[in-house]
Ligand binder design. Sequence first.
Ligand SMILES: Cc1cc2nc3c(=O)[nH]c(=O)nc-3n(C[C@H](O)[C@H](O)[C@H](O)COP(=O)(O)OP(=O)(O)OC[C@H]3O[C@@H](n4cnc5c(N)ncnc54)[C@H](O)[C@@H]3O)c2cc1C
Length: 1018
Amino acid sequence: MTSPTPKPPVDPVACLPTRLDAAMRAGIEARVQVLGRELLATSLAARPSVVSPDYWAEQAGEWVLADDELKVRLFRLVDCMPMLDDPAAVDRHLREYLDDEVLEKLPAMLRVALKAARSGLLAPFAARTVRAAMLAQAKRFIAGTTPAEAARAAVLERRRHRVFTLDLLGEAVTSDAEADAYAAAYARLLEELPAAAAAWPHDPLVDDGPAGPLPRVNVSLKLSALDSQFDSIDPAGTAERVLARLRPLWRLARANGAQVHVDMESHATKGLALAIFKTIAREDEFRDWPHCGVVVQCYLREAAHDLMHLAEWVRQRGTPIWVRLVKGAYWDYETTHAQAAGWPEPVWQEKWQTDACYEAATTFVMEHADLLRPALGSHNLRSLAHGMAVAEALGLDRRGVEMQMLYGMGDAEKEAVTAAGWRMRVYMPYGELVPGMAYLVRRLLENSSNDSFLRAGLVRQVPPERLLAPPRAAEPTAPAAPAAVWSAVFTNEPLADFAIATNREAFTHAVARARTACGTPALVPVVIGGERLEPADRFVRRDPSAHARTVAEVCAASPADAGRAVETARASLPAWQALGVHRRASILRAAAAIMRTRRFDLAALQVFEVGKPWREADADVAEAIDFCDFYAREAERLLAPRRVDVPGEENATTYLPRGVAVVIAPWNFPLAILCGMTTAALVTGNVVVMKPAEQSSLTGLRLFEILREAGVPAGALAFLPGRGEEVGPVLVSHPATAVVAFTGSRAVGLAINTRAAEASAAPGSRLIKKVIAELGGKNAILVDDDADLDEAVVGVVASAFGFQGQKCSACSRAIVLDHVHDAFLARLAGAVRSLRVGPAENPGTRIGPVVDQEARDRVHSFIEIGTRTAATVAAVDVAPLAQTGWFVGPHVFADVDPTGPLGQNEIFGPVLAILRARDFDHAIELANNTDYALTAGVYSRSPARLRQAAEHLAAGNIYLNRGITGALVNRQPFGGYRMSGIGSKAGGPEYLLQFMVPRTVTENTMRRGFAPPAPAGG
Ligand SMILES: Cc1cc2nc3c(=O)[nH]c(=O)nc-3n(C[C@H](O)[C@H](O)[C@H](O)COP(=O)(O)OP(=O)(O)OC[C@H]3O[C@@H](n4cnc5c(N)ncnc54)[C@H](O)[C@@H]3O)c2cc1C
């Protein structure tokens, strides 16, 4: 695998070339100070007075922001407020978020008022008032609900000599229908507004560019809203779909004399958005059109690189574009997301770096103003003054440069910029409040950040010399913060970041190699005691996406082989145990290192052997690596002798391996689960007979080879592919088998348990076999009536249909509260119908095939029951694909009988049952009413209900406000109870104990009244 990310630049200034010499730079800095002070003075004069509600809003903000906990609670309360449409719900949320502890932190006046609001007859009235007040605050940032309202707000801006760019707020686009609706709304705007705009009086300050009048209508749009499957893993497919919706909009804009600007969102989609912009802007139809533009976010370390490429690209295009430089609105998200994923943060980590990068980018864009027309989107008067000074120094025509700010923020500053004679464009979002909440929370975060210029300048009144100081590293004042606690414990192997082109390319090559290898299908042998056996009894494994393709020919071990494998392993037990835990742990670490070097090849094999889509296959390999590293650490921790010595007596407790471990693994995590069970047994000193699933024997062989290469001796590990029903019983009941680690179906798990118990009780048996079994689930996600439906739809879809629903953790029931049932269902249905079904080797595939013919038939039988007994909400037809592979389209059924087969049985396929709940208690009751207790989840914004779910849901893994699959080693130890399994959680601190027996040695050290001193710390 290639390195996951290119090395990010370290110096935000030096990474962009400039023609300015030192003297010019000094002159510019002097001018920045003058312009900056002028801007500050004008804006301070124009700021809200103490009699203005805006002033009090700012002050209230300051009280809130003094306390992190309060800030989090208030933001969360604001976030869910628009969803709450009855006073009782508002009242309940107010009480939950603003409990007594929180209220004590507020200024006395506010505390008394809120306490009054929470009690007595006035409570419903007060709840309504608080909601209205909060929404009014939120609406400050939104220019209206409808295009007409937004247009009216735009006209008001023009009266203040400011122009606008309109942005339609939208919910996360989860379906093709929503993407169509988003495009249609823009089309309407571009059809209707330009005609009205033609009648507006001409304003030379804002309407004239250097080469004539500028478009009066200017829109900003987000490309991710033009495709429900917008994903960097599939640039070609995504671009095709986005362009199909984007071209008509550009045509309309061009024909009607409007301008279109492409916004930038997360770093994960930045490369794709830029590529799509460049594609359309170079198409014959648009390459001579100057009224288009794109955003560059200067908080990104890649900003300099992107700008230089953009300039070069425009040179080839031959017509300039607008470039809006912003710092970036997702700093907290990018930082948290990267840290949680174990990726390098794509954004600068110190504010001065972003500011410095912004200034370097400003200079660069202005030096290339013939190619990149500068638009500075910032509320930072230092940043803007710098831009003005550079423009002056380079002699740019002011009409070719513009300053931009957000609606509802920094109005005094807008006035200052306009008064200074520069064109000010206001970014005006409009639309419904519920889908607009993500935008609002970004604004709240920005306004409340300690690093915000607006807050420093206008609210905290930091002195001008500090506000206008050039960005540079602060003198270190305190020692660097200690490393975060979580990373000190265990660092998970990062998943591949498919937003990075080199990763996509490397994976594509690995897929090509795996496909070619299928041309001469590998033979999977039986290996016992290092001896390779190739019995004639064999079966063929086919690619589930294209069953004409053979992936492997698998030798089937016989029952006699099974017996021999156990005996040979037993003979190697003493030597393997004697190696000691540190040596065994180092072998696991070596195996992890080998897997890292073959990472994408191991994943690509799964693509063909079990039909796993790219991301899921990559995650499986990462998890296998985690198991090796984690169990190595855990074994060393557990096997350190525990001593409790007292004078005259020494006690040492340690662990012994159980003996021969039989590992019987499933195909759905073909590397990770096999690897986890095997390495757990090995590192604790057991010898192992490894039985891979029939469907994933070749992946099993690759793991076996890696473990051998890493140093596991031939005798300590046998590899026994074959038919479970033939070799399984022999392996389990063999008198030398001490432990069976199994993951798979409930029926087989229970049969193994019975057989192991019977064999333990058989005459001559000298041990009671230990069975560790991780079985199925009938997992539910609850959707509360205040849930964020954007997130709930995405989370349910990912949990129910990821790897075609073939995970024991998969969501197979969504239990939705009556109040939001229909709205949720409508969005879910659209999202499911929009999922791309196809061969697993295509990067854009969201739903691949199920694992084999038997699985397909079983899933079909449940679909047939659903069609007969429930309401079909989504039924995706896979007609042509079904000819060549084992495909089943995703299905969703509503009005499902909770006690019937769809409500109770594990389906292990892309079928989701929807249950309607009267209230939250009922939802929990429904969720718990199955034989299983594996995973469960809830989407809710009520702290009390989240607590209730955490306490009362019957599941081994409970997820709040996120999907329910993808447990990470150590972070989410995985496993359930009831019929979901016996044993403790994989990837958790107790897992290894199951493979060992504890033994305590006590020695009386007293001899005739004389005892050695107790060891220190004993
Ligand atoms: C017209 C317009 C259009 C916009 N379009 C987009 C867009 O398409 N995409 C987008 O992402 N944003 C967009 N924004 C939002 C913009 O990114 C934020 O408003 C802007 O970052 C705030 O920066 P500032 O210069 O106004 O304020 P400042 O207070 O000077 O800077 C705040 C910014 O600094 C950065 N920052 C904060 N803390 C740190 C830290 N510790 N280390 C490094 N950097 C830090 C963050 O980017 C933060 O937003 C747009 C803004 C405007 C005005």
